[in-house]
Write a protein that binds this ligand. Structure first.
Ligand code: BGC
Length: 492
């Protein structure tokens, strides 16, 4: 029984200490300091103050009973200028204390090397548009493997590469706010893939034999359902949506070193119609394809919601990754909404998504690295909505595991605690623990959902009696039926 349960967080969202002890600025420090950029003028300057609360955080994780904790490293806390000629020993101490605390409590660290907070010094040379970042990211990763790899056995290179490329360089909504929807996202993704592969090979060549860990990247995936399942054009549109969102990164890595055929075809074709001399989607050489193929040991992903997709004839101008997909998305208004526009609680979508990964990529070992719901409120210790979300999503994950034979190895809830929600500041809340951001000590309080999640972990799944009783209360009869059918609802 090696199923792993955990919770996740990320550096900029929880650490605070934005300029403490020699840390260099990141693009998120600078962005959040510009008035008007973040809701309510919030910043991550202090956040949950996790930089000063290693013991408290480890204590709470132990109380939850998690088997793993996924956090990310702040690159500019370790290398203030982004390069290995500026090493900040205080930053390294912080992560050593955190990792040691976890290991001492039998909690496996899952460490993400990049969760969006690029050192500003590297943005100044072009950020992920510059191929210089491939070497620089590799040298940061190399240092982290060397420094922490004796205790860290699970690495993630990029959190949500599609968000980095599209929101950061296409739509321009997130830092570095480059608004070049037709071409920059493709160029950036090309560099991210090469950087990912380089780091994988560094691990393979220098560390795997002695450290014996795994390494992957972590795409964001929404499940999509064709609007009219009997219309082949909608079915194709749904597949196309997933290929542009996920396959963009996972097709090269898990399949043949190259982008999905449908992306090459659509972007190529449209670039021709746009009278461009070549496709806006860059091309890998045969050597690069060989280098990229196979560079993930496990399949990690984050998921929050589902959508409905229909095919669409989109405009040719302005050039855009979004139009290139030739799809329209919407949600079903009957799906429960949440504090994040577009995030609806659609638990059955997770089961379908897990099955899609299984079919598409040959049943790899799968880890759900982030899953959770945002609620808009200041004090939601009594968070039944979140309990409902976790109960139903975990139930669907269990069905995929037990009934469909999906090779699911782990489930992580987002989030360990309320934290800085990027453009939305500190409202909405995703945490299993409430954090009082008005109190300088940032006290944490377990919510009801934390108690519930701890019980799930203890049972390695949903306790049967609990499932039936509480689901009865919610009058979700189809799930009652399901639990009677399944009997034992645990990962075993
Ligand atoms: C990100 C998290 C974020 C969450 C909820 C995910 O896409 O990885 O950092 O907090 O969404 O918005």
């Amino acid at each position: 029984m090696n199923f792993t349960w955990g919770v996740s967080s990320s550096a900029y969202q929880v650490e605070g200490g934005w300029d403490a002890d020699g840390k260099g600025p990141s693009i998120w420090d600078n962005f959040s300091h510009v008035p008007g950029n973040i809701k309510n003028g919030d910043t991550g300057d202090i956040a949950c103050d996790s930089y000063n609360k290693v013991e408290e955080d480890v204590y709470l994780l132990r109380a939850l009973g998690v088997k793993n904790y996924r956090f990310s490293l702040s690159w500019s806390r370790i290398f203030p200028s982004g390069r290995n000629n500026s090493i900040n020993s205080h930053g390294i101490d912080y992560y050593n204390r955190l990792i040691d605390g976890l290991v001492a409590n039998n909690i496996t660290p899952i460490v993400t090397l990049y969760h969006w907070d690029l050192p500003q010094a590297l943005q100044d040379i072009g950020g992920w548009e510059s191929s210089a970042l491939i070497d620089l990211f590799d040298s940061f990763a190399d240092f982290c493997f060397q420094t922490f790899g004796d205790r860290v056995k699970f690495w993630i290179t990029f959190n949500e590469p599609q968000v980095i490329a599209w929101a950061g360089y296409g739509a321009g909504t997130l830092p570095p706010n480059v608004n070049d929807p037709g071409s920059a996202p493709y160029r950036v993704a090309h560099i991210l893939l090469k950087a990912h592969a380089r780091v994988y090979h560094t691990y393979d060549d220098k560390y795997r034999a002695s450290q014996g860990g795994v390494i992957a990247l972590c795409p964001n995936i929404d499940w999509v359902e064709p609007k009219t399942p009997s219309d082949p054009r909608d079915i194709e549109a749904a597949d196309r949506y997933l290929q542009f969102l996920v396959g963009w990164f996972t097709h090269p890595i898990f399949k043949n070193g190259d982008y999905p055929e449908v992306m090459k075809w659509k972007v190529g074709n449209r670039s021709e119609l746009q009278n461009l001399p070549s496709s806006r989607l860059p091309v890998f050489t045969a050597e690069e394809r060989d280098y990229i193929r196979g560079t993930a040991d496990v399949f990690c992903f984050n998921s929050y919601t589902s959508k409905i997709v229909t095919h669409s004839t989109t405009r040719l101008r302005p050039f855009s990754y979004e139009y290139d997909q030739e799809v329209l998305t919407k949600v079903d208004s009957s799906w429960p909404s949440s504090a994040i526009t577009g995030h609806r609680a659609v638990a059955w979508g997770l089961r379908r998504l897990l099955n899609w990964i299984k079919e598409e990529y040959g049943n790899p070992p799968i880890y759900i690295i982030e899953n959770g719901v945002g609620i808009k409120t200041k004090s939601d210790v009594d968070d039944n909505t979140r309990i409902f979300y976790y109960k139903t999503y975990i139930d669907e994950a269990l069905k995929a595991y037990k009934l469909d034979g999906v090779n699911l190895r782990g489930y992580n809830a987002w989030s360990f605690m309320d934290s800085f929600e990027w453009l939305n500041g500190y409202d909405p809340r995703f945490g299993l623990h409430q954090v009082d951001f008005d109190n300088p000590n940032r006290p944490r309080t377990p919510k009801r959902s934390a108690v519930y999640y701890a019980e799930i972990i203890r049972n390695n799944g949903i306790p049967l009696a609990h499932l039936c009783i509480s689901i009865h209360a919610l009058l979700r009869t189809e799930i009652v039926f399901h639990c009677v059918l399944q009997g034992n609802m645990v990962f075993a």
